[in-house]
Design a binder for this molecule. Structure first.
Ligand SMILES: Cc1cc2nc3c(=O)[nH]c(=O)nc-3n(C[C@H](O)[C@H](O)[C@H](O)COP(=O)(O)OP(=O)(O)OC[C@H]3O[C@@H](n4cnc5c(N)ncnc54)[C@H](O)[C@@H]3O)c2cc1C
Length: 575
């Protein structure tokens, strides 16, 4: 297959924003964007609540320093403060750039971009397009990258990274349309493959969020950073798990328990429903455990709590959060104007990922960098979210670091030759892998094994954790991994063999799940989203550092890397 200057794996917000910047920086560069879905079906399209930026349209007292402080405090001081400074200082510029591209943000009566409140943010700074912000942004970006000549390979599944002696050289990919396998060489590769919500049985993420980029990197010997920090969003619709955006609370909705009490008063008396997500998810889990949860019919002792919008009134609900109303109506039969919505925490976001420096270069350890390899967006860990991400900072990360990494790559490939490697060997090996999977005569169904893996990570590595429980979880996951050799595929075809893709994704889910558990067992403290009941305190003396997990089939080794602290020294975190 033809070689490109740059190959981007991932057509979501991070991948598309980077592609656009590469073309803007040097229009002569050839750029390919590969995605296993159509780019517009990337999970970014589902982002609802908004993108944070200090525009001061609603709140003139806001400042980038306040945004940076909120982000660092929200991260439980694990975020790298140099990266947070880039994120928050560049935010207004990237959002205005998106608006100039044509993104239809919601407006104030005087025509300026509207901004709403969001959890953990001390000022109203989240820009939005009703509750369909990701949709508005991604559509414009995909239109723009087509216009500048980026070649889109949609419905191609990236199977393996070609990575030799610390250098990325290309990507091995499988066509969903006809089952062909190709190797695409590149001077630089960008991994922008999104999150891994599907490692859990209840998630807000789409079916494609299977952590493929993370697993590809881990299998190539690249460490994964801070994988223990999994964000559980407080308000997943019960029982489906799909998201009811934080924008609903930003617009004034309450969380109530079986007694009708706004229980957040006991957990975060100042910020109430707009406390950060880790704190709110723990509060909901505690209410449910204490028997103060509800059943969807309103009776006490159930597995969820209520999100109550009734006092907001029909007009506000329908103009500000129409999509959330529709979701609750369609999937739970609830009319949120009249009835409260049953919710509980759902796996939502990956704070950890492929370790990168502030220019998106992938690290090979605490000190060194790989060659030719970059990562951005949710699959990367830069780390601006540390141990807990604030809502509306992720779209921002994709836009800010997508742009920055794109510019960096455009300069980087200027002096780089196309790497050489034995393409045929990679192609043959991938063909063997596919043939071997298709020809297996085992008896384990992929769906059954995937469900068992998802149940295992959810049960043994959820909102609250202990070493003993997680150790059992890791052993169970290892036992389930053995069953992978016994999977059996009904579909032996070449055209749209989604069962084969599910088999390849399942291997990745297992790699990612094991890495999460191993990293979480090693971190013997509670910080941000990682809540250890057996080590309930934050332990800065031993754990104010990033985890680096090195995967190998024999086991996972854990190392650490320092956190960059600049203007905000660690303090106790209260809301
Ligand atoms: C329901 C929901 C609502 C959210 N709301 C908000 C919000 O309001 N504000 C906010 O800041 N954040 C929000 N987030 C988080 C945010 O949307 C994501 O973190 C962000 O959009 C991720 O973008 P990305 O480009 O990194 O990845 P994605 O958008 O997930 O894109 C990943 C891309 O990689 C491709 N890919 C993956 N694996 C492969 C493979 N093996 N081969 C080929 N292609 C592959 C996919 O096809 C896709 O194109 C929300 C998340 C969810 C799930």
């Amino acid at each position: 297959m033809r070689a490109y200057d740059v190959v981007i794996v991932g057509g979501g917000l991070a991948g598309c924003r980077a592609a656009l910047e590469i073309a803007r920086t040097n229009e002569k560069l050839s750029v390919a964007a590969i995605a296993k879905t159509h780019p517009i079906r990337s999970h970014s399209v589902a982002a609802q609540g908004g993108i944070a930026a200090v525009l001061q349209n609603v709140d003139p007292d806001d400042s980038w320093e306040a945004h940076a402080f909120d982000t660092v405090k929200g991260s439980d001081y694990l975020a790298d403060q140099d990266a947070v400074e880039i994120l928050t200082r560049s935010a207004p510029d990237v959002v205005i750039d998106l608006e100039h591209m044509g993104v239809l943000f919601s407006r104030l009566p005087d025509g300026r971009v509207a901004q709403r409140a969001f959890g953990g943010h001390s000022h109203r700074r989240t820009c939005y397009a009703a509750d369909k912000t990701g949709h508005a942004i991604l559509h414009e970006l995909v239109n723009n990258i087509r216009r500048v000549g980026v070649e889109i390979y949609d419905e191609w599944y990236a199977m393996q990274l070609v990575f030799e002696e610390g250098e990325a050289k290309g990507i091995v990919m499988y066509s969903l349309l006809d089952g062909s396998i190709e190797v695409m060489p590149a001077k630089a590769l960008l991994l922008a493959t999104g999150g891994y919500g599907r490692v859990f049985n209840t998630t807000s993420n789409d079916f494609a969020s299977t952590g493929d980029g993370l697993a590809m990197a881990a299998l190539a010997g690249i460490p994964l950073e801070d994988m223990e920090f999994v964000q559980f969003h407080p308000t997943g619709l019960y029982p489906a798990g799909v998201l009811i955006s934080e924008a609903v609370r930003g617009e004034g909705a309450y969380l109530i328990n079986a007694a009708g009490d706004r229980f957040m008063a006991s957990y975060a008396p100042q910020q109430m429903e707009l406390a950060p997500r880790d704190i709110t998810s723990r509060a909901i889990t505690r209410e449910i455990r204490a028997g103060r949860g509800v059943h969807p019919d309103g009776s006490a002792g159930g597995p969820c709590v209520f999100l109550d919008l009734r006092h907001m009134g029909r007009e506000k609900i329908m103009s500000r959060v129409p999509f959330c109303w529709e979701e609750a109506h369609r999937l739970a039969g609830v009319d949120a104007v009249e009835q409260p919505i049953p919710v509980r925490p759902t796996a939502h976001y990956s704070m950890g990922g492929i370790p990168v420096n502030v220019d998106g270069r992938v690290r090979c350890g605490p000190d060194g960098l790989t060659a030719g390899l970059f990562a951005a967006g949710e699959s990367a860990c830069v780390s601006v979210h540390g141990a807990n991400r604030l809502g509306s900072n992720s779209l921002l990360e994709c836009a800010v670091f997508g742009r920055r990494v794109g510019a960096e790559i455009a300069h980087y490939v200027g002096t780089r030759k196309l790497p050489e490697f034995d393409e045929a060997r990679y192609r043959d090996r991938a063909r063997d892998t596919v043939r071997e999977l298709l020809n297996r005569s085992g008896s384990t169904r992929i769906n059954a094994l995937r469900t068992a893996v998802q149940d295992c990570t959810s049960e043994y590595c959820g909102v609250f954790r202990t070493a003993e429980v997680m150790q059992t979880g890791l052993e169970r996951l290892q036992a389930l991994e053995q069953q992978y050799d016994d999977v059996f595929l009904d579909d032996k075809g070449d055209c749209w063999n989604t069962e084969l893709i599910e088999a390849l994704e399942l291997r990745n889910l297992i790699v990612v799940g094991k890495t999460i558990l191993a990293s979480a067992i090693a971190r013997r403290e509670s910080r941000g989203a990682h809540a250890r009941e057996d080590c309930p305190k934050r332990d800065d003396a031993n754990f104010l550092q990033h985890t680096l997990a090195y995967y190998s089939p024999a086991g996972i080794e854990i190392g650490y890397m320092p956190v960059t602290i600049k203007r905000f020294p660690p303090k106790e975190r209260k809301y």
